[in-house]
Design a protein around this ligand. Sequence first.
Ligand code: FES
Ligand code: FES
Length: 175
Amino acid sequence: MAINQSTAAAVNSVRGPASEPVNLTVNGSGHAIELEPRVSLLDALREHLDLTGTKKGCDQGTCGACTVWMDGRRVLSCLTMAYSCEGHEVTTIEGVAQDGELHPMQQAFVDHDAFQCGFCTPGQIMSAIALLREGNAGTDEEIAEHMSGNLCRCAAYPNIHAAIREVRDADDGGR
Ligand code: FES
Ligand code: FES
């Protein structure tokens, strides 16, 4: 039996839109993959690039667990369409250590015991490094305010803030 155009359109609408090619640059490496247009950056990272360091907490922009950088600025990857990242440089927690050495902020989190379950930690660290770059860590109040988008259900906030203060006050201010 021949399938008419309206039947084909109905079938496609049930299946969802077809995948399209997209080029993503993540942690300095280019990736040519195929994605449906509705795929978030978070799902592209975790499901298509096997970069599972970035965590899915709420998947609706309220917890900060999925924080990554786009061109050095922090973004919530669950609210960012993967397609919109073409032509931009995405950095995830996997791209923060250099030459096998932890970033000073990662080391400070370890030294200050700034996590318990660790689920929020990648997002906290991505935000914390960006916070210093943004120049918004001058006081405890500023740190609390500008880290408020990153929730920690284990309530490790005092230790997280101590780690940020240590890197802020280091000679090189983190790198
Ligand atoms: Fe993106 Fe919670 S998973 S803000
Ligand atoms: Fe468990 Fe933050 S360390 S949610």
